[in-house]
Design a protein around this ligand. Structure first.
Ligand code: DLL
Length: 443
């Protein structure tokens, strides 16, 4: 197997890709107008007929679809096929109220498998390798989504799911999988627990890690690559659009963005306040139109994720790329008028020898003033050496904290209290997504 899963599509010249997208879009718009009352109403209210949209360049004339629209149509009213034709249902647990429900036809699942198979190859996986799948199985799309694509590719899937770290470590040693997929925070946990138990890197056979479902930066990539002795790449996706496999970073093009499989998912980046489309390379809200989905097509879905999109002329594939997600627009902290994503702090940690990339931001309000506190752990060796009483007052710790505080202030514009903690004091991922921010202002 070459370095592509589907070379024809993955290297299709942009003009051909555009033609394919335009044909698919026109078909899609006619279909949702007929089948989904929500879209018929939306088009009618805006005085738009499906045939008015000739191609992707006209998409901006259509309104966005937002999460609230999905909630208002809970559970199945946005489906474009009779429920009898749906063969799988997933749901993403919202923080409040009802989850977002998504449905798949047989063809939708085939497409899901295809984009995940492409993503796996892009990450370094090959047929015949074993995949340790530590994404959660269940209503979450991570577990079953990766499972289907890996099966299609011809890998042996080990459906471990999340949690039970002891058992995961046993399987990693005994079954010797070459590839692992899980959240970046859980990869940190696995690397750390191996070290704690004295399991050497040579005792496992991992070569590639496919990490996603939450924002992460180079800081964590370095820790995971070192700790598990792997090539770690980013996989992005969301249940509404399909699940994992909307985009994937190539293991030979690390740090240069992730390919969006744009023959199926047409991306736009728009201004978060005005909704106006932004030029390539500019940061804004990522918006997707699903070009081929049958059961649950979405037009201009507002993901709330912040990134930029751009073509990489020196890349193996022709598809557009997206930068790593900075965070979700609704998770952006506004501190004394300055915007802050936790990833902006995380990425700075890699420049400090002695710090472990385990951190947490806590936001409080003192009167009318927002205060942020950054807690970061020091590495185990330093913690062991300096640990116990008086840790925080130790010269090494004090000067490290001071330097970090200055670096954060210089880079984010925000003065925050920095506290270095002994190793092991900050919450870890137990298998799933990890929240690195505590916002206590609303309480
Ligand atoms: O997290 C699907 C997935 C599973 C992706 C496994 C990758 C791997 P949801 O639970 O619906 O679906 O959450 C989607 O998670 O809108 C982003 O905010 C965030 N997210 C997903 N992947 C990444 C990533 C899955 N690579 C939401 N980087 C999305 C940053 C990510 N954020």
């Amino acid at each position: 197997m070459s370095m592509f899963y589907n070379k024809t599509i993955e290297t299709l010249p942009t003009a051909h890709l555009r033609k394919l997208q335009n044909e698919r879009l026109q078909k899609l718009l006619r279909r949702v107008y007929q089948k989904v009352p929500f879209y018929k109403k939306q088009f009618d209210e805006n005085g738009i007929r499906p045939q008015d949209i000739k191609g992707v360049e006209d998409l901006h004339k259509l309104p966005f679809t937002k999460k609230d629209d999905l909630r208002d149509n809970y559970p199945f009213s946005m489906f474009a096929v009779p429920v009898e034709e749906v063969v799988r249902i997933h749901a993403s647990s919202g923080t409040t109220g009802k989850p977002t429900v998504v449905g798949y036809t047989k063809n939708d699942l085939d497409m899901f498998d295809e984009v995940v198979a492409r993503s796996l190859v892009c990450a370094g996986a090959r047929p015949g390798m074993k995949l340790h799948n530590a994404y959660g199985y269940g209503l979450f799309t991570g577990g079953l989504g990766m499972h289907g694509g890996a099966t299609k590719l011809g890998m042996a899937v080990i459906p471990v799911s999340g949690g039970m770290t002891d058992r995961q470590l046993m399987i990693l040693q005994d079954f010797a999988p070459e590839v692992i997929c899980c959240t970046p925070s859980y990869a940190q946990t696995l690397a750390e627990e191996m070290k704690k138990r004295g399991i050497p890197k040579e005792a496992i056979n991992l070569k590639y890690a496919i990490l996603g479902a939450e924002p992460w930066t180079e800081t964590i990539r370095q820790q995971v690559e070192k700790g598990l002795d792997v090539n770690a790449t980013n996989i992005y996706g969301l249940s509404e659009i399909i699940g994992p496999g909307v985009s994937q970073e190539d293991f030979g093009e690390k740090g240069r963005g992730s390919y969006i499989w744009e023959d199926h998912f047409f991306p736009e980046v728009v201004d978060r306040d005005t909704g106006e489309p932004l030029p390539q390379g500019e940061e804004g809200v990522l918006v997707f139109t699903t070009l081929t989905k049958e059961a649950f097509p979405l037009i201009r879905y507002w993901t709330n994720d912040i990134c930029s999109i751009f073509y990489d002329k020196n890349a193996k594939r022709t598809h557009i790329k997206m930068s790593a997600i900075k965070g979700r627009a609704d998770d952006m902290l506004i501190i004394r008028g300055v915007n802050l994503f936790h990833t902006q702090v995380e990425v700075l940690l890699k420049d400090f020898a002695g710090l472990a990339p385990n951190y947490q931001l806590t936001v409080t309000r003192e009167g009318t003033m927002d205060e942020v506190k950054l807690d970061v752990e020091v590495e185990k060796e330093i913690s062991d050496e300096l640990g116990g009483g008086g840790f925080g007052g130790h010269g090494t710790v004090v000067s490290l904290a001071k330097r970090l505080q200055k670096k954060v202030k210089d880079n984010t514009g925000i003065s925050m209290k920095v506290e270095l903690k002994e190793y092991g004091q900050i919450p870890r991922s137990k298998g799933g997504k990890l929240s690195r921010v505590r916002d206590l202002r609303a309480l």
